[in-house]
Design a protein around this ligand. Structure first.
Ligand code: SAH
Length: 250
């Protein structure tokens, strides 16, 4: 998969792309990411890319010219069929959206700065707008990287074992089950017995039950399309100790 990021701050994007699993995936060619700077497409000698808003008001607005030219320069390398603008006004990113984006051959991601972009960029250059949550950041670079990292996890080979992705929260629509590692007992807190017995069917059942239980307690909105067996597991979980409170209800 190829991803082109359009950003006034290539150094922010490139720094993260070099690190960790994402960096390795880029090195191994599992995912190709390039950054294009709209400043390189500015028509004036000061290389400016923004101007004051018509009608007045605080801040500056990114102009159409450099952004259209930057995206159009990618043609030939990128189909430009999907041009995503990172924007607090966009559709909220979730795992379903991430899977859909990961299935694309290529993607262009536009990061804005200042007060955002001239509305004609939204109207005629980008094909969709995506937000990473209901808060405002200074620029689209961190949101773009959040999205690229999430997309990267969906590409086979990026995360060493597919099983890690398959058991992630949200991948199958539920929160992930609890996990434990050595030692079996720490300050009188024991690892649950089913995980230690080596019976894979029983471990699978326990994990599904715990995933259902934690999802019901913290994100009941995610409990959809449950099977008969899920309902039985939830009933069983209902008779056991409750999940600790966390303030993360939607
Ligand atoms: N005035 C704009 C916010 C501009 S913030 C408004 O009220 O909508 C500058 C840029 O940062 C945005 O254009 C966008 O590219 C990026 N950005 C900020 N918050 C974001 C978020 N929650 N999700 C995605 N992109 C965001």
């Amino acid at each position: 998969m190829r991803i082109d990021i359009v950003s006034l701050f290539p150094e922010i994007v490139e720094g993260v792309l070099k690190a960790s699993l994402l960096g390795r995936a880029v090195d191994e060619g599992l995912i190709e990411v390039a950054v294009t700077n709209p400043r390189d497409f500015s028509a004036d000698k000061h290389r400016s890319v923004d101007d004051a808003p018509y009608g007045g008001g605080a801040g500056m607005v990114m102009q159409c010219g450099p952004l259209f030219a930057a995206v159009e320069s990618l043609r030939g390398r990128n189909s430009c069929e999907r041009v995503v603008l990172m924007s607090p006004r966009g559709r909220r990113l979730d795992q379903e959206k991430v899977k859909e984006l990961a299935a694309a051959q290529d993607l262009v991601i536009v990061c804005a700065r200042y007060e955002g972009v001239d509305e004609r960029v939204s109207d005629a250059l980008v094909t969709e707008e995506i937000s990473i949550g209901d808060y405002v950041l200074n620029g689209g670079e961190l949101p773009a990287l959040v999205m690229v990292e999430a997309i990267g996890r969906m590409i086979p080979g990026v995360v060493g074992k597919w099983e890690s992705v398959d058991t992630d929260s949200f991948f199958h629509g539920l929160l992930g089950p609890p996990q434990y590692t050595r030692p079996t007992e720490f300050r009188e807190m024991k690892v649950p017995a089913p995980l230690l017995a080596g019976d894979h069917a029983a471990i699978g059942r326990w994990r599904r039950k715990e995933a259902l239980r934690v999802t019901r307690a913290r994100r009941p909105d995610l409990l959809k399309n449950l099977t008969e067996q899920d309902l039985e597991l939830l009933a069983e979980a209902g008779n056991e100790a409750p999940v600790p409170e966390r303030e993360n209800e939607p």
